[in-house]
Design a protein around this ligand. Structure first.
Ligand code: ATP
Ligand code: MG
Length: 277
């Protein structure tokens, strides 16, 4: 049965995002811990629309690779909240900051987990559109789950709308900026694969791959790098399989990018990567 807002108490803030705040909360009766994503009734309409979209998508999804939703509330005050499973190891972004860059076997494990999630979403006609290290959550069982469906399934966003979300834009694929050149038969799914490729590269390199280490992203530099530059490539010293896997994700032409099911049988993932972390 769903849990209601009055059944939980706030413990602390887990993170702030575009408009919402995520709290760690405790269910009073069972003492179980959950995460509560909350936006206030007076938030602007874009923020509200995003959380409502996220609710709609979480209502439709049921996968071990997608963060699980335990309840949703809309209060008369206009506050909206989503109660989710608590992912106690944080995000791939926080793990990268705390523990440093990922080895190839670890990345093969991460890639498999995220691809299982994307494969589920894509087969349910959901495009995530915001795959990046901070939206991939980890728990103590080393399960990695996709979270944050705030911009999922919006097929067309104008450049202006993107401009105010540079963090999100950084992982956007070339065809989202320039569908005529890179789109082919553009259906949007391949955009998630591009973002996955950048995410894995970032976890390997320790910085966002389209910019030199330490450089703060600005909109114009990013768009030029994505649309006019060559896709980023891995440095010398990586395995053939890893290099090939990243190339399959980071094709500028979206129709040349591999699909989730193709990537799940790529040699990079077929090596024995049960070593996990
Ligand atoms: P952003 O714009 O940074 O992506 P957002 O508003 O879209 O943020 P989320 O990504 O859902 O919101 O959450 C913000 C942060 O809260 C995450 O980066 C993560 O640190 C934390 N968080 C979110 N959901 C959970 C969860 N289920 N368990 C643990 N931490 C979580
Ligand atoms: Mg997020």
């Amino acid at each position: 049965a769903d849990i209601s807002a009055a059944d939980v108490e706030k413990l602390n803030v887990l993170g702030h995002g575009n408009g919402g705040t995520v709290y760690k909360v405790r269910h009073k009766k069972t003492s179980l811990t959950y995460a509560l994503k909350l936006i206030h009734g007076d938030s602007d309409s874009t923020v509200r629309r995003q959380l409502l979209r996220e609710m709609e998508i979480l209502r439709r999804t049921d996968s071990p690779h997608v963060v699980h939703c335990h309840g949703m509330f809309e209060k008369p005050s206009g506050d909206i909240a989503i109660l989710m499973e608590y992912m106690d190891f944080g995000t791939l972004e926080t793990i990268l900051k705390a523990d440093g860059t990922f080895s190839e076997p670890k990345l093969a494990y991460v890639a498999r987990q995220v691809l299982n999630g994307l494969n589920y979403l894509h087969s349910h006609k959901i495009i995530h559109r915001d795959i990046k290290p901070s939206n991939l959550l980890v728990n103590r069982n080393m399960e990695i789950k996709i979270a944050d469906f705030g911009v999922s399934k919006i097929m067309c966003r104008t450049l202006d709308a993107c401009n105010s979300y540079v963090g999100t834009c950084a992982y956007m694929s070339p065809e989202r900026f320039d569908p005529e050149t890179y789109g082919g038969n553009y259906d949007g799914y391949a955009g998630d694969i591009w973002s996955l490729g950048l995410t894995l590269m970032e976890l390997y390199l320790g910085h966002f791959p389209l910019l030199p280490a330490g450089q703060r992203p600005d909109w114009a530099t990013l768009m030029c790098a994505i649309c006019f530059g060559e896709p980023p490539t891995l440095p010398d010293g990586v395995s053939e399989e890893f290099r090939s896997f990243i190339e399959c994700c980071l094709q500028k032409e979206s129709s040349k990018r591999w699909s989730t099911s193709q990537l799940l049988s790529h040699p990079f993932l077929c090596r024995d990567s049960r070593t996990e972390w």
